[in-house]
Design a protein around this ligand. Sequence first.
Ligand code: TYM
Length: 343
Amino acid sequence: MSNPSADYNGPERVFSGVQPTGALHLGNYLGALKKFVALQESHDCIFCVVDLHAITIPQDPKTLADNTRKITAAFLAAGLDPKRAILFVQSAVKAHSELAWIFNCSARMGWLERMTQFKDKAGKDKERASVGLFDYPVLQAADILAYKATHVPVGEDQKQHLELSRDIAERFNRDYNAPRFFPLPEPLIKGPGARIMSLKDGTKKMSKSDASDLSRINLEDDADTIARKIKKARTDPEPIPHSPGELKGRDGAANLVGIYAALAEVSDQDVLDEYAGQGFGIFKSALTELLVQAITPIGEELTRVNADPAHIDAVLKDGAERANAIAAPIIDEVRQTIGFWGA
Ligand code: TYM
């Protein structure tokens, strides 16, 4: 991986987070978890269940605690090795909240007002949205920079937030006359799977919050459920085309080809070379098979891991200690840089 900021000379470190707000789906898997598991082989990785982000919209306390363990279990079931990578819960490491406040004073209102996710989530009545929802991307910058992380694997929907993290890092370095203090974190978005769309509507991203369960494949879905959802997935009456350019405007078809390519780790063109000229019947059967092979072992492992909450808690406790050991000295340096008393 390239150096994220030509003149930053600290170590390379990977950070990413997932919200504990419901069961994970194929988009989370292909856009994030699958990449995390690959990166742990080559990099120092820190992965976080972001419960502070979750409370930007109301949460039931018991459900939040359950979901936090469930997302941790999904990381483990997908193949994350907690001895190798650090896996922890955001609220267990105080650096995130402290640095978020400090960054609030570097970030500009205008930058946050441009964030499309806030506009989408707040809807028409933004006066009633929490301040936290508006401030969400600043906390995200703090998550990354509390560890001076240089690389951030995410799905396409997080691109704008990552750009903001770079702006905040740059602004902090300038405001406090501390060149190269924070790296400008680089998003790792490329590759198939960065933007998986709803199975019901190829113009909308696959999402935990979609009212229709038919819109997504959940990591917990069994083979029959996956088959039923793919059978019902929206396509069109045209045959499968010869080149990716011809998929333009055929959002449902393009999405299924992209999912196939991401799972088989080939290009869209490779998929089209195999299926061009055919209808979607045979293709959908092959896609179902690939999905069942990739997803159902994770679902089975998830059931096993979920049955042992004491193990999940032990992983999170160890992860929080290791995360804190990296973040605490960085926060001390930040405090000195700013001129806080006692630092
Ligand atoms: P979250 O919890 O919504 O999603 C977790 C990860 O899954 C990716 N993703 C997708 N990728 C492809 N296609 C989709 N349909 C799809 N839906 C979700 C997301 O891009 C993400 O990588 N704000 C973040 C969490 C966060 C974070 C961070 C990420 C908090 N702090 C610091 C990176 C670094 C979020 O809400 O992700």
